[in-house]
Design a protein around this ligand. Structure first.
Ligand SMILES: Nc1ncnc2c1ncn2[C@@H]1O[C@H](COP(=O)(O)OP(=O)(O)OP(=O)(O)O)[C@@H](O)[C@H]1O
Ligand SMILES: [Mg+2]
Length: 341
């Protein structure tokens, strides 16, 4: 069997996958990132017949005819729809392999650190049904820290904060281990919801999740800016039930996002409070590194720095830190053997 496994390995291109609430990113050993798509799947209502996966499926969210269902199978960092999560993962693994069924890759998948044993098993099984030879899991904060280039193997402390779509994961890492971690169900999705709520309350306009996300990316900010940006938004008037266009500016979006930003800060404070004094000094010196799409929110680093009084830096390509970390593990599987399960 070992011999056969080795032969299979020779022909396979191993994969690292960041199975995120908002986005799934796939890295192929020796090739780099081959897939980076929203974690959305559209099927015929009541069946598992695929209509679209990824970007095409995301466009259908909240606006498809009743015979098609667009689903986000992961919510708040957990698997909320097991069958659909499995279908989606299978689709992406096969796509990364150009649908070749001959190749049985080794796969490393990053999962939220607080995920249940049952969810871990689901992810592993989905990987195997998709044709993987060997499925291993790695905790997201560790993968994020490795991807962001933190010196995780030394004895000092490192604090990583991964702000994704569904969760904010805060991990205190030392000697390649998560010493303490905390995961809060807050991130980019909550920011989008806050924008939807804010516009409904202040302008009587109902907008969709995708429009809210676009506004966030265009105007979103955690701090006051010298130049106030504005944009037009189109939605449905909640009383008159007719489409209407209104203007919204970055100061208003800052106000809409305040509660969510505070929740992110609170999650970080929780871990800082539990940080042993021996590691606290390192954190003060090295600072906090933030990753995940949420780290791109304008001024979020400044707010965290002001409230925690610890220096903060944003990782390069924060949307890719987790997958790049998992990719580094693939490239050097022996070195990282203790952190994958
Ligand atoms: N420029 C930006 N400003 C603010 N938010 C952004 C920006 N770009 C992307 N985002 C947000 O980042 C989030 C996606 O981040 P990411 O891909 O790291 O999440 P994920 O890994 O899928 O989720 P999780 O880690 O919670 O499972 C989305 O909510 C998206 O709207
Ligand atoms: Mg993530």
């Amino acid at each position: 069997m070992g011999f056969l496994k080795n032969i299979m390995g020779m022909f396979s291109s191993d994969l690292a996958i960041d199975l995120g609430t908002a986005n799934t990113v796939v890295y192929v050993k020796g090739k780099g990132i081959v897939i980076n798509e929203p974690s959305v799947i559209a099927v015929e209502t009541g069946s598992t017949r695929l209509k679209a996966v990824g970007s095409d499926a995301k466009k259908m969210l909240g606006r498809v005819p009743h015979n098609i269902q667009a689903i986000r199978p992961l919510k708040d960092g957990k698997i909320s729809d097991v069958d659909m999560a499995e279908e989606m993962l299978k689709y992406f693994i096969r796509k990364a392999h150009n649908r070749s069924m001959l190749i049985h890759p080794r796969v490393i998948i990053s999962v939220p650190s607080q995920i249940t044993k049952a969810d871990r098993d689901i992810v592993k099984r989905a990987g195997r049904t998709a044709g993987a030879r060997d499925v291993q899991l790695v905790d997201e904060p560790l993968a994020a820290a490795i991807g962001a280039g933190l010196p995780i193997n030394d004895a000092g402390g490192n604090l990583i904060v991964d702000i994704g779509g569904g969760t904010t994961e805060v991990g205190l890492i030392s000697l390649s281990n998560i010493v303490y971690s905390f995961s809060a169900s807050v991130g980019g999705d909550k920011m989008n919801e806050s924008i939807v709520d804010y516009i409904r309350k202040t302008k009587n306009i109902e907008i969709g999740e995708n429009s809210a996300e676009q506004i966030k990316i265009e105007l979103g900010t955690a701090v006051k800016t010298d130049i106030i940006k504005e944009t037009q938004i189109r939605g449905q008037h909640i009383i008159r039930h007719i489409p209407q266009t209104v203007t919204i500016n970055s100061d208003e979006i800052k106000e809409a996002l305040e509660g969510t930003v505070q929740e992110i800060v609170n999650a970080i404070m929780k871990v800082l409070d539990k940080t042993p004094p021996a590691l606290a000094g390192d954190i003060m010196e090295r600072g906090i590194v933030i990753t995940g799409g949420g780290a791109l929110l304008n001024g979020l680093d400044k707010v965290i720095r002001n409230k925690t009084e610890v220096p903060v830096s944003v990782a390069d390509n924060p949307l890719l830190s987790v997958v790049m970390g998992a990719g580094k593990m693939l490239d050097d599987i022996h070195f990282f053997k203790n952190v994958i399960t």
